[in-house]
Design a protein around this ligand. Sequence first.
Ligand code: BMP
Length: 263
Amino acid sequence: PAPYLQSYESRLANYNNPAARALLECIARKQSNLCVSVDVSTKAKVLEVVDAVGPSVCLIKTHIDIVEDFDADLLDQLEQLSKKHDFLIFEDRKFADIGNTVVLQYSKGVHQIASWSHFTNAHSVPGPGIIAGLASVGLPLGRGLLLLAEMSSEGTLAKGEYTEATVQMARESRGFVVGFIAQQRLGRADEDFLILTPGVQLGSAGDSLGQQYNTPAAVVGKGADVIIVGRGVYGKAGKEAVREEAERYKKEGWAAYEQRMKA
Ligand code: BMP
């Protein structure tokens, strides 16, 4: 069968990148293909949500630039929580500039993303120089890159030839580019890329600003290896409700994976 129809453990053989390997191992160990997107804007709230969902996730996705009271202590505490609960970290930075600029944005500034985030992502629109730039910083640190090949939002231009060209760019940098942010399996049947899919929620079709949702079962059925859920989890009121919701998505995501393996 195609690589993506095999178990997460067996797919380890297809990856040299340390971040991709650590993610596959974590998914298998925790039986979780859930990534929670923690899109909240204070340090206390970030840490509360991460502590609540930590046991249920393989990956925490951040938008670190929305945290009003960001400081280095937040990064220390995030790292402690990642050890306590056993998950990896993905800063959803969506780099989109020339190679020289993204080198600086990835390694310097207030956030120093490369120093703490196992994964980050980039748009392919500038061309391969963006990958070369990010790789020059990230590869020595064992980081992994995801390319935005598709988006979940209504009217996205990331489709068709753009998506295909993005897959081709990934093929040419396989040591660092480990997969895609996408809505479905991409690449040839004999290729193995990690597919991380946002726009996932149970019981909502979308929001008022163009977001479009599918269920965990639907996206895993189309090839998602990791489901990314934001408001569907952190949007619940209270730490206990957030914890319960994360467990619910974890179970849904894993059941869908087991279903896919049977196909
Ligand atoms: P929510 O589940 O609350 O709609 O959040 C989705 C998250 O995934 C947001 O952080 C958003 O930035 C991100 N995202 C997305 O929704 N669609 C994409 O195509 C790519 C993304 O990174």
